[in-house]
Design a protein around this ligand. Structure first.
Ligand SMILES: Cc1ncc(C[n+]2csc(CCOP(=O)(O)OP(=O)(O)O)c2C)c(N)n1
Ligand SMILES: [Mg+2]
Length: 904
């Protein structure tokens, strides 16, 4: 129901009586009692079966009454001067970049609207990480909250403003500013917040809209988790997320609000910059974004602080005895509010106040200019300070500040509140002069022509003030500091049980993974750092035993006796639970994984997260988060469970994953493996621990694990190196005849399809064909290394060429056949490195439910197809006759007119 409902007052006296009663209670018994009465009234009302007569939103005004605002202690004028310089330098940076260097882009109007929102935070609230070396050295123990500071998600398009402040602070120089968006040569500033490109500066990539708010919520959640488990004390640290109002249309932005409300994340503060505009035009021209967001956030259990109006409006509201001004505010849609800032004070007088004689009278003593200057809350440092102050001290709920601003504030004709302001990157001289005058930037007409940066002398009052404010808050931000402590990770022999084979027992690699995880969890050095994360899928992977053993994290523990309390592995929630059960929420689980996988920089305390999920609902579903994880230099393990198009046999088209390895390969620092045997998995996990947590490589791991049960052999001696490089040779079946038959093929297999390849070797042996069988644990890693080698050879033509691992393994001319449970494009990646005929079998096409045997035949990756492909290659190489291939085809019952799985 829209607010306000359009009902007229049919009994003014009765209304007055009710209101007087409320007023009496408020004055004599206080807000709590008034609230109690209202709640009783509303309870009574619901008995009628009617919807409640009031809505979840409040009137279109500031939540904090002006009399209750905390007072900003600093020097307003000084801060305005500093802010104006930041505004100017941010603008100059973008305009210069586009004037001197062609169309490198950049944004002016976003930061123009949020400068005050950031400034008040920088001056009074955002605590920076301290630089105490001894503190980070102590990181075996929990680091203390004053060391690590607050975590701030800056809106991506506001980056120029953040750089401009760092410039004033002396952290960046003019050359760096001039190299904004020139990232290739190393000393430039990245277009947006990217820790990969500026690892000592940016903490969080936010420019893919929606990912910032989602990650911030899980960041706050994981912060509480760490505190609750006694690993990192939270203190009053905060996570701040600056979000665009247009950005709130992303499902990811609002999708996790209820988690924040439910978990009472009072360490989380959202600031939504409600400049009413997005890229193309108004966010809600026909409605009111602030009201809409208020409803969503309140409904999700958030403390909502609206900062709609600046203090210049206060006297007008004070005169609004009949609520007319409020009524006018409530009924005006955002499209009109935008007009008011684009078209000037005269227009506002006429079309806003002009609706009513009484309203017109209110502003009769104000000039059009005065009316235009009636400021919005997000541009008033006092109002913003009061809101931040209230948010900082609010307990038991996360807070959102809905701050109303003007997009392109101060840009005048260059784009202030105009629909195309988002794209403005160039200003003409008159527009620059307007901006300079608007903010009193001390540059002459002549000077301004060169659009210079402006930084007062280091000992000027402005610079001293600026530095002092930050010094009191622990130093400059943004700043990313890594804990470089190398962990002591268990050696491979700790995973002995997985190395020696499963004997007669058939197990899946998922089971093997669960055992590896259990071993690591028991490890004295790293056990407590491990964070198992599941999206309502623990039972799928046989991990329910961990519920009781480790506990599922819940901020309130367990308020009920679980239904299965008498069972060994009952559902056990606890305040210090180690497992993060994210519910059916892959994006949220991934965001929790990211928060844990970056704790080395956000908490200076290393966590080792393992997130296990249905592989189909991984990269394909949350691929952009996986990309952000790369940028973030996240360290941890992703386990794609029930993996493989034909290995997950009974779930069908939307579950069977044949492409996650392709998608994983698109993230440059994601290392992916598709192991078949338990010992391979053990080697890969142990090597991953070493690379990420001892060698500190900025990589993360994606490993597919499967639910097919089979016997696992013991690790062949010396296989470790090949396993991590991506391929190694398994034993070769013997073939009749001294010195072989001269008919030889090389067979490559990965995942469980390796077992089909091994079986194919047996079929081929029956036809006197000798096979070398190779287990390929990662086509992607092989291809990457081969490309790197090729590149090195290209750049060093005068030196002895290097050879890639894959080329070394597959030297010689015998045909090579590769089979995988993934798309053909996965093994195709190494074609260029093979100097022999190469045939690839893969599972292109939509999955479907059936038995594994049927599916492998359908997708043409079973032992028969491997054998057929091998023989066909030998025929092409004139080693045997095509007739023999046809005979084998018929003997194996392969229908030549079989449907093409890619298209059927
Ligand atoms: C996922 C995604 N989609 C689209 C964009 C392109 N984009 C960049 S800024 C922008 C408009 C932003 O509007 P808003 O969130 O209101 O921020 P403002 O600049 O108004 O503060 C768009 C569509 C993006 N960066 N990310
Ligand atoms: Mg906006």
């Amino acid at each position: 129901m829209a607010y306000p409902r359009n009902i007229s007052d049919i009994d003014v006296d009765e209304t007055k009586e009710w209101l007087d009663s409320l007023e009496y209670v408020l004055q004599n018994e206080g807000v709590e009692r008034a609230n109690f009465l209202l709640e009783r009234l509303s309870q009574r009302m619901t008995k009628t079966g009617e919807r409640l007569p009031y809505t979840i939103t409040t009137a279109y005004r500031n939540t904090i009454p002006s009399a209750q605002e905390a007072h900003m202690p600093g020097d307003l004028f000084m801060e305005r001067r500093i802010r104006s310089l930041i505004r100017w330098n941010a603008l100059a940076m973008v305009v210069r970049a586009n004037k001197r260097q062609g169309d490198l882009g950049g944004h002016i109007s976003s930061f123009a609207s949020s400068a005050t929102l950031y400034d008040v935070g920088f001056n009074y609230f955002f605590r920076g990480p301290t630089d105490r070396e001894e503190e980070s050295a102590k990181s075996e123990e929990a680091s203390s909250p004053d060391v690590v500071g607050d975590l701030i998600y800056f809106q991506g398009h506001a980056a120029p403003g953040i750089y401009a402040r760092s410039y004033l602070e002396g952290r960046l120089d003019e050359k760096q500013l001039d190299n904004f968006r020139r990232e290739v040569d190393g000393d430039g500033l990245s277009s947006y917040p990217h820790p990969w490109l500026m690892p000592d500066y940016w903490q969080f990539p936010t420019v893919s809209m929606g990912l910032g708010p989602l990650q911030a919520i899980y960041q706050a959640h994981v912060m509480k988790y760490l505190d609750s488990r006694g690993l990192v004390e939270m203190g009053d640290r905060k996570v701040w997320a600056f979000v665009g109002d247009g950005e709130c249309d992303e499902p990811e932005s609002l999708g996790a609000l209820t988690l924040a409300g439910r978990e009472k994340l009072d360490n989380l503060i959202f600031v939504v910059n409600c400049n009413l505009q997005r890229l193309d035009g108004p966010v809600r021209g026909n409605g009111k974004i602030i009201q809409e967001l208020e409803g969503s956030f309140r409904g999700s259990g958030w403390n909502v602080i609206k900062v709609v109006w600046g203090r210049l409006w206060d006297p007008l509201f004070a005169q609004d005895d009949h609520g007319l001004l409020q009524q006018r505010m409530n009924e005006t849609v955002d499209g009109e509010f935008q007009n008011f800032k684009a078209k000037g004070g005269g227009y506002v007088r006429e079309s806003f106040f002009g609706k009513d004689e009484e309203l017109l009278k209110m502003v009769e003593n104000l000039s059009d200019e005065d009316i235009y200057r009636l400021n919005r809350g997000g541009h008033d440092p006092f109002k913003v300070y009061a809101a931040y102050h209230a948010a900082m001290h609010h307990k038991g709920e996360p807070t959102v500040i809905l701050a109303k601003t003007v997009k392109g504030y101060g840009m005048g004709d260059a784009g202030e509140a105009e629909n195309d302001t988002h794209q403005v990157k160039k200003l003409n001289l008159d527009e620059l002069k307007y901006f300079r005058d608007r903010f009193d930037v001390p540059l002459s007409d002549r000077e301004i022509e060169g659009i210079p940066y402006y930084r007062p002398a280091s000992d000027s009052p402005e610079m001293v003030y600026l530095r002092n404010q930050r010094a009191q808050l622990g130093g400059p931000i943004p700043r990313r500091v890594m804990d470089q402590t190398r962990l002591k990770v268990p050696p491979l022999k700790a995973l002995e049980s997985q190395l020696k084979g499963s004997g007669k027992r058939s197990i899946s690699t998922t089971m093997s993974f669960v055992r590896i995880l259990a071993t690591l969890l028991r490890d004295k050095q790293i056990g407590k750092r491990i964070v198992p994360i599941v999206p309502d899928e623990a039972r799928t992977f046989g991990m329910e035993g961990m519920f009781k053993q480790l506990g599922i994290y819940s901020s309130v523990g367990q308020l009920y006796v679980p239904e299965d309390s008498d069972e060994l592995s009952s559902y056990f929630e606890s305040k210090d639970g180690q497992v993060i059960e994210a519910g059916i929420n892959e994006a949220g689980a991934f965001a929790a994984w990211i928060a844990a996988a970056t704790s080395q920089s956000t908490h200076r305390y290393t966590l080792i997260p393992f997130y296990i999920y249905y592989s189909m609902f991984g990269f394909q579903r949350v691929g952009d988060l996986a990309w952000a994880a790369g940028d973030l230099q996240a360290r941890g393990f992703l386990l794609g469970g029930t993996a493989g198009r034909t290995t997950l046999n009974g779930e069908g088209l939307q579950h069977q994953d044949g492409h996650s390895h392709l998608l994983a390969a698109t993230v440059p620092n994601c290392i992916s493996y598709d192991p078949c045997y338990a010992y391979e998995l053990a080697v890969i996990v142990q090597d991953g621990l070493r690379r990420m947590f001892v060698e500190q490589e900025p990589i993360y791991y994606y490993i597919t694990v499967m639910n097919e049960n089979y016997q696992h052999p013991a690790m062949p001696e010396g296989a470790e190196d090949g396993i991590v490089k991506g391929m190694y040779k398994l034993s070769t079946p013997s073939v009749a005849g001294e010195g072989g038959t001269g008919k030889k093929v090389r067979l490559l297999g990965s995942g469980t399809i390796l077992r089909e390849v091994e079986a194919a070797a047996e079929i081929l042996a029956e036809h006197d064909i000798e096979s070398e069988v190779w287990s390929v644990t990662s086509f992607t890693e092989l291809a990457r290394e081969a490309q790197d080698v090729e590149r090195w050879n290209l750049l060093h033509p005068d030196e002895a060429p290097r050879m890639s691992h894959v080329s070394g393994c597959l030297a010689g001319g015998a045909p090579v056949i590769a089979a995988t449970d993934y798309m053909k494009a996965v093994p195709e990646q190494i074609r260029g490195s093979i100097d022999a005929p190469y045939h690839v079998l893969g599972t292109d096409g939509f999955g479907r439910s059936d038995t594994r045997e049927k599916l492998r035949h359908f997708f043409e990756v079973d032992r028969n197809f491997v054998a057929l492909a091998a023989m066909h290659q030998l025929a092409k190489a004139q080693v045997l006759a095509f007739d023999e291939v046809k005979r084998l085809r018929d003997q194996l019952g392969i229908d030549p007119d079989k449907a093409n799985p890619r298209l059927s």
